[in-house]
Design a protein around this ligand. Structure first.
Ligand code: CDP
Ligand code: CDP
Length: 227
């Protein structure tokens, strides 16, 4: 007997959450949702429209204007759309990375995103990665993972990804950004990043990507096949 499950992947920045989530979803034939891309898209909109983060009315009005969607592209990546416009490239830029954690502390922003994420997961058969997926968005997810890795390894992996996207960023600047975001994400009042009690911890520092994917698939299958 097979059932569709929800897989929640949380953890620190640049540990391999989204690349693992994407690959696992593709193997299982599940939908992959990058919740971080949603917070990045909101941040991009706020920056573009000069929304005052400390003004709740302005924030609420802006959130009403924001529609986020995803589309799988021919290269097997996922593009993020903000009000019908492909913003995938823009939301990965350092200027957005430098603002996103601040924007993600705002309660109203979080409730709007969580509502939408829960709607996306209603049919189950979904892999979602982020910071609060196992704790807040899907507390009943059948498989929860909490990813971590050494700072230098994470920073190098992220620097390489940025380079592949045509951005050359100093390693020290990447370390600084990851460090700052981890700090804000773990200490904020609204749904801070923390490991859910029933999440499996995965340290990706010394394992190869394929090995990590195999491990997650193995855990997922154990939960998909029920007697
Ligand atoms: O750079 P990385 O892929 O690690 O980050 P991301 O997944 O794109 O998320 C960017 C930022 O969005 C995080 O640093 C958090 O501040 C915020 N975020 C959040 O608050 N809750 C989530 N579920 C996902 C992301
Ligand atoms: O989503 P998150 O910010 O946690 O990380 P990511 O965007 O998936 O980036 C992690 C990068 O490290 C990707 O380029 C992966 O291919 C690479 N990587 C990994 O995720 N796991 C390993 N064991 C080795 C490399």
């Amino acid at each position: 007997n097979l059932r569709k499950i929800v897989i929640a992947i949380d953890g620190y920045s640049a540990c391999g959450k989204s690349s693992t989530a994407k690959e696992v979803a593709s193997i299982l034939g599940y939908r992959y949702i990058d919740s971080g891309a949603m917070y990045r898209a909101v941040t991009f909109y706020f920056m573009d429209h000069h929304v005052a983060l400390t003004n709740p009315k302005e924030v609420a009005r802006a959130l009403e204007q924001i529609h986020i969607s995803f589309k799988v592209n021919p290269k097997n990546g996922t593009d993020t759309f903000l009000n019908g416009l492909n913003v995938e490239k823009e939301i990965r830029k350092m200027r957005v990375s430098e603002m996103v954690s601040q924007v993600s502390t705002i309660k109203h922003v979080r409730t709007a995103m969580v509502d939408q994420q829960r709607r996306m997961g209603k049919e189950r058969g979904i892999v979602m990665d982020g910071r609060d997926i196992g704790t807040v968005v899907f507390p009943t997810a059948e498989l929860k993972l909490f990813m971590k890795a050494d700072m230098q390894v994470r920073a190098f992996r992220r620097q390489k990804e940025l380079l592949e996207r045509g951005q050359l960023v100093d390693l020290d600047d990447v370390v600084e950004n990851i460090r700052q975001r981890d700090e804000i994400d773990t200490t904020r009042a609204e749904s801070p990043l923390r490991k859910a009690d029933d999440a499996v911890e995965v340290d990706t520092t010394h394992i190869a990507f394929d090995e990590q994917v195999d491990e997650v698939i193995r855990m997922a299958l154990a939960r998909i096949v029920v007697s």
